[in-house]
Design a protein around this ligand. Structure first.
Ligand SMILES: NC(=O)c1ccc[n+]([C@@H]2O[C@H](COP(=O)([O-])OP(=O)(O)OC[C@H]3O[C@@H](n4cnc5c(N)ncnc54)[C@H](OP(=O)(O)O)[C@@H]3O)[C@@H](O)[C@H]2O)c1
Length: 271
């Protein structure tokens, strides 16, 4: 096959993968082909990334070995009959479409064996994503390695042995950036309420979140321990944590992640 990677539906996530793959130097521009319907956008990708592009998904199937389905879940039903005509035994299909399970993909793709389902998250756009990966049993170890390499180009990867876990991953890390954006909004506004200018409040909030995440990543101590270390009796953190406890902050987050996971399951059922 002419191309190593074919990306069907190169929108936000697809473009992040193109940029990440080229940046990681794992793939050369002439080893990638990408599709979408907007011709202007495709011309932009050709100029910026020097990759090949096409408006024909069949051309992707004919010329690329590893196919990333990066279209929206609602477009999958139309896409599967279109691409199954040119499906070959050695194709590896990697789908990032939220809520579309491998059973559905397999059914729509003539019982194809090599299917990988991935749940990335938004920070993939800045190469700091975390992707949950589930490989169907017949995916070879070479294909599994490749799946990790592709998504490592935009961050980290974790593999799960059970596809059902992808609902929980959707609820935790897939939806997770929004929890933190909400926390960022709340902290910026709280900073303003206690007298800081907005720009300073934003700067302090973002650096604090980045620093705390880095510290938790680098430390061997559990987050509770790290928190306990900065909480002295009757101190400022103690005063703040009293409010967190009273308002059941942990329960609130548990409920939000639970609701997102439940919704992921419901949407998967509907699809
Ligand atoms: N964004 C996230 O944070 C995130 C997280 C996890 C998973 N995902 C999953 O990633 C997938 C892509 O999300 P996204 O945010 O990148 O969406 P997006 O920006 O809308 O990208 C999808 C692209 O598919 C193209 N498209 C639609 N129908 C097509 C067709 N028949 N053939 C070829 N291309 C077609 C559209 O471009 P044209 O209109 O030009 O065709 C569009 O740009 C979704 O399935 C989503 O569930 C996203």
């Amino acid at each position: 096959m002419q191309y190593k990677i074919g990306i069907i539906g190169a929108g936000n996530m697809g473009e992040a993968l193109i940029r990440g793959l080229l940046h990681s130097k794992r793939v050369r521009p002439n080893e990638i082909i990408a599709s979408r319907r907007n011709a202007k956008k495709l011309a932009g990708y050709r100029r910026q990334y020097r990759i090949h592009t096409t408006s024909s998904n069949s051309e992707i199937m004919e010329s690329a070995e590893n196919i990333i389905l990066a279209i929206k879940p609602q477009n999958i039903d139309l896409l599967l009959p279109e691409i199954k005509k040119s499906l070959k035994k050695n194709h590896l299909i990697l789908s990032i479409a939220a809520g579309i399970d491998t059973g559905k993909l397999k059914k729509g793709l003539k019982n194809h064996n090599a299917i990988v389902r991935v749940m990335p998250n938004l920070p993939a756009l800045v190469d700091l994503g975390i992707s949950g990966i589930y490989c169907t049993p017949k995916v070879s170890s070479r294909q599994r390695r490749l799946a990790h390499q592709i998504f490592e180009a935009v961050g980290k990867t974790v593999e799960v042995p059970n596809e059902k876990w992808l609902d929980a991953i959707t609820g935790l890390s897939g939806t997770g950036p929004a929890y933190l954006f909400a926390m960022i909004e709340a902290l910026i506004s709280a900073g303003k309420k206690v007298g800081l200018p907005e720009s300073l409040s934003k700067h302090l909030t973002l650096e604090t979140i980045l620093g705390a995440a880095q510290m938790a990543l680098q430390s061997d101590e559990a987050p509770e321990k790290l928190r306990a270390r900065v909480t002295s009796k009757k101190g400022t953190t103690w005063a703040a944590m009293k409010v967190f406890k009273k308002r059941k902050f942990w329960k609130l987050i548990e409920e939000a992640v639970g609701a997102a996971t439940k919704r992921a399951k419901e949407l998967r059922g509907k699809k």
